[in-house]
Write a protein that binds this ligand. Structure first.
Ligand SMILES: Cc1cc2nc3c(=O)[nH]c(=O)nc-3n(C[C@H](O)[C@H](O)[C@H](O)COP(=O)(O)OP(=O)(O)OC[C@H]3O[C@@H](n4cnc5c(N)ncnc54)[C@H](O)[C@@H]3O)c2cc1C
Length: 416
């Protein structure tokens, strides 16, 4: 058994950022990682994926993008190289191929069991990721045997799928890009569209991510929003990273020949049943996009940027079939595969500390859990709207490492 001040679980960008901040504060720590650095990006993503955040927007503590394409979008191999380089630069004390199997309370701290021995620590940072498990709706159990299913964590490329029709469930960033890719492979695609957030890639010549950053929306804090539970559950924006920096929305998909139906309500008697609210859902999303762009325009006016930027523009509303089908017979062979693009959740199956709520969600106040000395990183809107993005880890790691240091020193925590 080894003893150390702090154990960090996970060597994704969040664990690395935290490690760098702990080193800066002189806190002895180890990072335990079940795979290699950037394991999720190496093993759980599809071949064509590029980040939807531009290259400049990956500012980690003491490190950032230095190439000549700041507005481009990293491929997975590029991102893995970037995180590997960061790990080297910060000289992270990582033990790779070390899976944490159980975490429990121990005298004055925590006991961390791994497949390579046990650690004792006073403080613990869970940087094990927000997207360890693909969420699949319960109604999937009612599917006929003839339908193959897969999640984005299993999907790599269209050729993996059986020939024939594909139902993509979910129309956020993942759903729309996989729907487009599968459609281009020659398979007929239907997308079941639930709540989604429409956004143009470029607005007035600037990336939507730039606007979110510049206007301060990404810095909005968890204790400043009205309904943080809702804000944490919001789907990702419909943004994709492509060399052309083009927008991808439901209009693009529909005009290419992808069929749109309402949210998947249930599967019964071999039929997929869809909500009749597709039109409303799309109108709401258009409305919210309009409000977001109004906010960008107001900010540009306040900052005297109107003369330097192209004029404001508004985009055509999402077009929806007059009466989209309310059901699909899954036994007739039209649909061979269902792809669940219905979100992700963290895996805490190894955590034996009572910090989860009834629904299995982490209880925390901006990353500080109710269990003294136990912190969490990388969750949606953890401390700021940007928290789950690579670019969000730096501020959160600085704040939480300050709290952790104060806790170790027996001081009261700095105000958050
Ligand atoms: C499809 C997809 C696209 C995304 N695109 C973007 C984007 O464009 N830009 C952006 O900024 N963000 C993006 N994100 C969001 C975000 O960056 C990721 O969720 C990111 O992986 C979170 O970083 P992390 O370090 O918190 O977690 P991860 O990168 O998941 O790292 C967690 C690490 O913990 C390890 N681990 C987990 N359990 C254990 C255990 N029991 N023992 C030991 N190690 C363990 C894992 O192996 C992993 O290496 C995307 C997410 C997904 C899923």
């Amino acid at each position: 058994m080894r003893t150390i001040a702090c154990v960090v679980i996970g060597a994704g960008h969040a664990g690395l950022a935290m490690s760098r901040c702990l080193s800066e504060r002189g806190i002895d720590h180890v990072v335990l990682e079940r795979g290699e650095v950037a394991n999720s990006w190496r093993t759980e993503r599809w071949d064509s994926l590029r980040l939807l955040t531009p290259n400049w927007q990956s500012r980690l503590p003491g490190y950032g993008y230095e190439g000549n394409d700041p507005d481009g979008f990293r491929t997975m191999p590029e991102l893995i190289r970037f995180l590997d380089a960061y790990a080297r630069v910060i000289d992270v004390p990582v033990k790779t191929h070390t899976r944490v199997t159980t975490v429990g309370p121990a005298e004055g701290g925590y006991r961390v069991e791994t497949d390579d021995g046990e650690w004792r620590c006073r403080t613990l940072v869970l940087a094990s990721g927000a997207c360890n498990i693909a969420s699949v709706p319960g109604c999937a159990e009612g599917l006929p045997d003839s339908i193959e299913t897969l999640t984005p964590m299993e999907y790599r490329r269209p050729q993996q799928l059986a020939p024939g029709g594909v139902l993509v469930v979910g129309a956020s960033a993942t759903g729309i890009q996989l729907a487009q890719e599968i459609h281009l492979s020659g398979r007929p695609v239907t997308v079941a569209v639930g709540e989604h957030i429409r956004a143009p890639r470029l607005y007035r010549g600037k990336d939507t991510q730039w606007w979110m950053d510049a206007t301060g929306l990404f810095d909005q804090r968890y204790d400043e929003v009205e309904d943080i539970v809702r804000a944490r559950a919001l789907p990702s924006m419909q943004l994709v990273g492509t060399p052309e920096r083009s927008s991808l929305d439901l209009n693009t998909l529909r005009s290419a020949g992808v069929k749109l139906v309402g949210r998947l309500a249930t599967i019964r008697g071999g039929r997929a049943l869809f909500s009749g609210a597709l039109r409303n859902q799309c109108a709401l999303s258009d409305l919210k996009m309009g409000r977001l762009l109004d906010g960008f325009d107001a900010w540009a006016r306040e900052h005297d940027l109107d003369d330097q930027l192209p004029p404001p523009e508004r985009f055509p509303p999402t077009e929806v079939e007059a009466s989209p089908p309310l059901e699909l017979n899954l036994t007739r062979g039209e649909i061979r595969t269902i792809l669940w693009a219905t979100g992700y959740r963290p895996d805490y199956s190894w955590l034996n500390v009572p910090v989860l709520d009834r629904k299995g969600r982490m209880r925390h106040d901006g990353g500080v859990t109710p269990s003294p000395g136990l912190y969490v990183m990388g969750l949606q809107f953890l401390r700021r709207r940007k928290s789950a993005f690579i670019d969000g880890a730096a501020d959160d790691a600085r704040d939480l490492s300050a709290h952790l240091k104060a806790y170790l020193g027996g001081e009261s925590a700095p105000s958050s």
